[in-house]
Design a protein around this ligand. Structure first.
Ligand code: UN1
Length: 532
């Protein structure tokens, strides 16, 4: 690794991390600060198939030793990691503001989520429980053990550059697996530093290997194709539903488990009896936190008819006062730039859908520029790609109510009553997060039962899942795999069943078992004199 001075700090020039060594292989790509393109944050090589195969070989070589290291010792490494992450929280958070354009407050939250995950799994090393199970035979006992899977392939997105990788890396290594990780090309410096901190915590070389590069037509695509060669024992992915389906198909053919965390179109319902102030704040934060670039961001706000006009008026007031700008220079902006140009272009597209299908644009004028100024912008809007807060009034079924937009945009939908609210909330292909604001328990519980979503929030935002709850979706949001908490253990281990026979003879289950045969039945009707 070397560094060179850049506009807001040093640019890091580093290689892939394979078997603990830095490997410079493949053409270089630049990682730029999305808040200000003049600031170069890193230069990294783009790995190819050969690089990936080296990384897989290093992970394979590290597996026997790491998987036989006692789980409490592996957990101890994560305890060290938690302390190191805590020590470096501020540095990582500031780097995150610079590398992906999050606000400092949100960046701190992102790092904290990884600390919480490390703390949780550090102690899981002293549990990782199996079961003792009674046998149907005498002098025989049954046990179950969790076994690691082997080499895990991981591809992650850049919007949660520390938290989301930590949901995968930490449980994977705690359970004794080794890893090849292809992080987002939006956050190579954070990914490099993160793995260096695992090393400092005592993780042996080769347990986590990192290959840098892009997704489509690049390193990520090459990596996914290697599933077909049987080189991975497990694959974990956070990203688009389109790519998730490809990984799921390949994983199915290779007979390995895939963890797929995909898109969302998360509904937030506000009922007529809701605490309006609380609902407005929740709706505003669910929409504009991270500039809408979360898989849990609200996609549609569904409002009960009697309060629709008031909600709309007050929500528009809040939305149009949202502070936007360069989060490196202005700490109290709500959101910064688009993380990359691809996300910006995809966001722009929805303006065409809305215009074509006759949705009503209540607020928003696409990209913020000097000619197209936004009144609450801080900094130079043309130094990056910044979007207007955008609010539409729409009808159910319009394209923008069904497709993930992944930017600072929301749709308002008017409904009449809880049944129609639930129908509207399910009227899209996804099923990740959801929220309802109401003080009526019947409505809240009808929503919980009726909503197709992996996560339900009652009087709480669609975002901000806690680090030890099962995270994941249904329908097009994933394949039912869950990350975080005890539930993720199912993703990184396989159950081994053990029969311990100490009778010293051949005892055949189902055949030699001492089943008790029922005695001949008593005729209770005759005994009680009830007749035929
Ligand atoms: C994501 O956008 O991929 O629940 C993850 C939340 C965060 C994680 C989001 N804790 O909003």
């Amino acid at each position: 690794m070397k560094t060179e001075p850049s506009k807001y700090g040093n640019a890091v020039v580093a290689g892939h991390l394979i078997g603990g060594e830095e490997v410079f292989e493949g053409p270089e790509f630049e990682d730029r600060n999305p808040s200000d393109f003049e600031d170069l944050v890193g230069i990294f090589p783009e790995g190819n198939e050969a690089t990936l195969k080296k990384a897989i070989a290093a992970a394979r070589a590290a597996f026997p030793e790491w998987s036989s290291t006692p789980a409490p010792i592996r957990g101890g490494v994560l305890f060290n990691l938690a302390k190191i992450l805590e020590r470096e929280k501020e540095t990582l958070a500031r780097l995150m503001v610079r590398e992906v354009g999050k606000t400092l407050k949100e960046a701190r939250g992102d790092v904290q989520e990884a600390i919480d995950t490390a703390v949780f799994f550090a102690s899981e090393g002293r549990r990782l429980y199996g079961q003792t199970v009674p046998s149907e035979m005498r002098d025989k006992d049954l046990f179950t053990f969790r076994r690691p899977l082997g080499v895990v392939g991981m591809i992650t997105a850049g919007n949660f550059p520390i938290a989301v990788p930590s949901w995968k890396l930490i449980p994977a290594v705690l359970t004794g697996n080794t890893v090849v990780w292809k992080p987002s090309d939006d956050s190579p410096v954070l990914s490099f530093v993160f793995v260096k901190l695992f090393e400092e915590a005592g993780l042996p070389p080769g347990v986590i290997n990192v290959v840098f590069g892009g997704g489509k037509g690049s390193t990520g695509e090459a990596m996914v194709n290697l599933i077909d060669e049987g080189l991975f024992d497990k694959f974990a992915f956070t990203g688009s539903t389109r790519v998730g389906r490809i990984i799921g198909e390949k994983a199915g053919r290779a007979l390995i488990k895939a963890t797929l965390e995909l898109g969302g179109k998360n509904p937030l319902v506000v009922m007529r009896d809701a605490d309006l102030e609380n609902a407005l704040h929740g709706a505003w934060w669910s929409t504009f936190a991270t500039g809408g670039q979360r898989c849990t961001s609200a996609g549609n706000i569904i409002v009960d008819a009697p309060i629709y006009e008031e909600f709309k008026r007050r929500f528009l007031e809040m939305a149009s006062e949202t502070k936007i700008g360069n989060p490196l220079l202005y700490e109290d902006v709500t959101y910064g730039p688009f993380i990359n140009e691809r996300l910006f272009r995809r966001w722009l597209e929805h303006y065409d859908w809305g215009e074509r299908e006759g949705a009503t644009l209540l607020l928003g004028k696409k990209r913020i520029t000097k000619e197209n100024p936004y009144p609450h912008f801080f900094g130079d809007p043309e130094a990056g790609l910044y979007g207007w807060p955008t609010v539409w009034e729409v009808r159910r079924g319009m394209t923008q109510t069904r497709e993930e937009i992944f930017g600072p945009t929301i749709n308002l939908i008017k409904v009449d009553g809880i049944e129609e609210a639930i129908e509207a909330a399910n009227d899209h292909p996804y099923g990740l997060s959801s929220a309802i604001y109401t003080n009526n328990r019947l409505w809240a519980y009808r929503f919980r039962r009726g909503i197709q979503a992996g996560m339900v929030n009652i009087n709480n935002t669609t975002v901000g899942a806690e680090a030890h709850m099962p995270f994941g979706g249904v329908r097009a949001s994933g394949n039912g795999a869950r990350e975080s908490g005890i539930w993720v253990l199912e993703e990184y281990t396989v159950w081994q069943a053990v029969n311990d026979e100490y009778s010293g003879k051949l005892q055949l289950a189902q055949m030699d078992t001492e089943y008790v045969a029922p005695k001949s039945p008593t005729d209770w009707r005759a005994t009680l004199g009830l007749g035929a």
